[in-house]
Design a binder for this molecule. Structure first.
Ligand SMILES: [Zn+2]
Length: 207
């Protein structure tokens, strides 16, 4: 996890928003390879193991591989996938965070090559995904463990094109920014209006 992501994290427990506290162990540049993220409100502690922040253990030290661990290897990407996604996300400048969920995390490298200066956050990535200087990885059950309205774009993989991920994606997205799903038959959550659908993708915008 990139150290500057700390202030964007939120505890997955259903209590008011608070600032989480990071205790770093091993660092690699600006990336935290091991450590603990603590919640001052509910006192839970979440481990960072091999760079991945694990919110699935409900604050215990029991580090599971998460729900994605048993899935088969990710399908091969077509070279034009990243360009299509970049166009749909309408990333007109550097800076900020893009949230990729489930199989959507596979696009981090392609998107980073097209649009530098953006940091990607992979939520419940496929088991073969690796943390990168441009990609922080987090795991959580049924929530995106990030603060509201912090993302310049959200991409949901086909494997997470369902509640609660629609609502969670809408929650973390900034107003006026793009919401992309790797499916065409999407019923958008409240607060997202459709812009386009086709070529296996659906794009909307937060109103
Ligand atoms: Zn908490």
């Amino acid at each position: 996890m990139h150290i500057e992501l700390t202030e964007m994290l939120r505890c997955p427990e259903p209590h008011e928003l608070g600032v989480l506290v990071l205790s770093t162990g091993e660092m690699l540049g600006r990336m935290v390879r091991s450590g603990i993220v603590g919640c001052p409100i509910c006192k839970r502690e979440y481990p960072i193991v091999h760079g991945v922040v694990d919110f699935t253990g409900r604050g215990t030290r029991d580090v599971g591989r998460g729900p994605a661990a048993t899935r088969p290897p990710s399908p091969v990407l077509r070279p034009d996938d990243a360009q299509t996604l970049q166009a749909l996300l309408d990333l007109s400048g550097p800076g900020g965070f893009i949230v990729l969920v489930g199989d959507g995390v596979r696009h981090a490298v392609g998107l980073a090559g097209l649009r530098g200066g953006v940091h990607f956050i992979g939520v419940n990535a496929p088991s073969d995904a690796e943390e990168l200087p441009v990609l922080s990885l987090v795991r959580a059950a049924g929530v995106i463990p990030l603060r509201p309205a912090m993302a310049r774009g959200v991409v949901l993989g086909a494997d997470v094109a369902a509640p609660p991920w629609f609502e969670e994606g809408q929650r973390v997205l900034l107003r006026g920014r793009r919401f992309v799903v790797e499916r065409e038959d999407v019923v958008p959550p409240p607060g997202i209006r459709q812009l386009a659908a086709g070529q296996g993708l659906w794009a909307g915008e937060k109103s």
